[in-house]
Design a protein around this ligand. Structure first.
Ligand code: ATP
Length: 363
């Protein structure tokens, strides 16, 4: 069997543990040796106890836990060739040439860079006398499979990322709680949700919570949004509604690129309509807590598929990402997804909203 290592990198998300568990158990089931790498790329660079052998039981009792039990980190060292050289040595020392990376687009870009550098890295290690030429020849490259763990659902090439569904559940629960108090006091609530440059969480929660208004970065409102917003809220009140819910994505902007913050929206509603208006910023509550059934299952299925994909890969194989397409697990070329995800950002920077929305959708 092969020797596999699994790690989580970038921001944590619910369901990562399920994916780790699935990789370990599927790997062991297929006769592989599976290692954990703690603290993402930092653990790979630092080596030592950060890279440890997993067994069947070391992933018991984690499927229901949020976050990631093997730790995640951002690692500046891995961005440098020197850092990647150390990581390469630490992996080869344990004969690890199969990697499962669970992270966001940054982590997957790093994995791709690592694979590109690998032939040069092993050459350097031979020159420095750290590994034998024989070992270098036996491991001409590394096989990499990625899975996207992120609450933001900001990655092109998969319908859902691991953690999004749990974050949605958390946000919906919070909005339901806010609604009951807003109802009693005839208040307006402005709720800021996470998502960075992606409006998915905001848009879906707005639909699911019967919100009156929603601001997302991919579809910024025109500069007279204040008038449009107030007219809409007034209309809702006229029709008998006792409260208003407005969802603001953390990256929301107007068509001129000015940020639209929850605080700004509150001031507009407060000053123009004199409604009692409050802001709720949900923050890290959204990525905490137990993963939903969907995310547990998604992690399980993606993890198993990741190991199956590795089994079929050779040193010549390009890295792939395990995606969910409809209800199917599929393998997509990693760099194609990363490139498309970066194109969305570029389109948004150029204020080409139509293109950004189109790229965010299915291919
Ligand atoms: P999130 O979506 O939660 O931010 P992410 O994976 O995009 O997750 P990043 O901070 O962008 O998070 O990347 C995580 C780590 O991946 C970085 O700290 C760095 O170690 C590594 N990494 C990212 N980009 C590169 C790159 N171009 N080359 C090498 N390593 C990289």
């Amino acid at each position: 069997g092969r020797t596999i290592a699994v790690f989580t990198s970038g921001g944590d998300s619910q369901g990562m543990n399920s994916a780790v568990r699935s990789v370990v158990r599927m790997g062991i089931y297929l006769g592989c040796k599976v290692y954990f790498i703690n603290e993402g790329y930092q653990g790979m660079v630092d080596g030592g106890d950060n890279i440890r052998l997993a067994d069947w039981n070391s992933v018991s009792d984690i499927i229901q836990k949020g976050g990631t039990i093997i730790g995640s980190a951002r690692c500046a060292d891995f961005r440098t060739p020197e850092g990647r050289l150390k990581a390469c040595f630490n992996l080869l020392e344990r004969d690890i040439t199969n990697l499962v990376c669970i992270g966001g687009d940054g982590s997957l870009t790093g994995a791709n860079q690592f694979r590109k550098d690998w032939p040069d890295l092993i050459k350097d290690l031979v020159q420095q006398g750290k590994i034998t030429q024989e070992k270098a020849d036996a491991n001409p490259n590394i096989q990499i499979v990625g899975m996207v763990g992120s609450i933001d659902n900001d990655f092109c090439g998969t319908d859902m990322t691991i953690g999004t569904d749990s974050a949605l559940q958390r946000i919906i629960e919070a909005i339901d709680a806010v609604v009951s108090t807003a109802q009693s006091h005839q208040r307006s609530f402005v709720v800021e949700v996470m998502g960075r440059h992606c409006g998915y969480l905001a848009l879906v929660t707005a639909l699911a919570s019967e919100a009156d208004f929603c601001f997302i970065p991919e579809w910024p409102p025109p500069s007279n949004w204040r008038d449009i917003l107030c007219a809409k809220l007034q209309q809702q009140r006229k029709e008998g509604q006792r409260l208003n819910i407005i969802i603001v994505a953390e990256g929301a902007i107007d068509r001129d690129g000015n940020p639209i913050t929850a605080e700004l929206v509150k001031d507009v509603v407060n000053k123009t309509l004199k409604y009692d208006t409050r802001v709720t910023v949900l923050g890290h509550v959204q990525r905490g807590g137990a993963p939903s059934a969907f995310d547990r299952l998604l992690g399980c299925r993606m993890g198993a598929e990741a190991v199956l994909a590795l089994m079929e890969m050779t040193p010549e194989s390009e890295p792939c990402v395990i995606s969910i397409d409809g209800n199917q697990m599929v393998r997509v070329p990693l760099m194609q997804c990363v490139a498309r995800t970066q194109k969305v950002q570029a389109a948004m920077n150029e204020k080409n909203w139509e293109l950004a929305v189109q790229l965010r959708g299915r291919s």
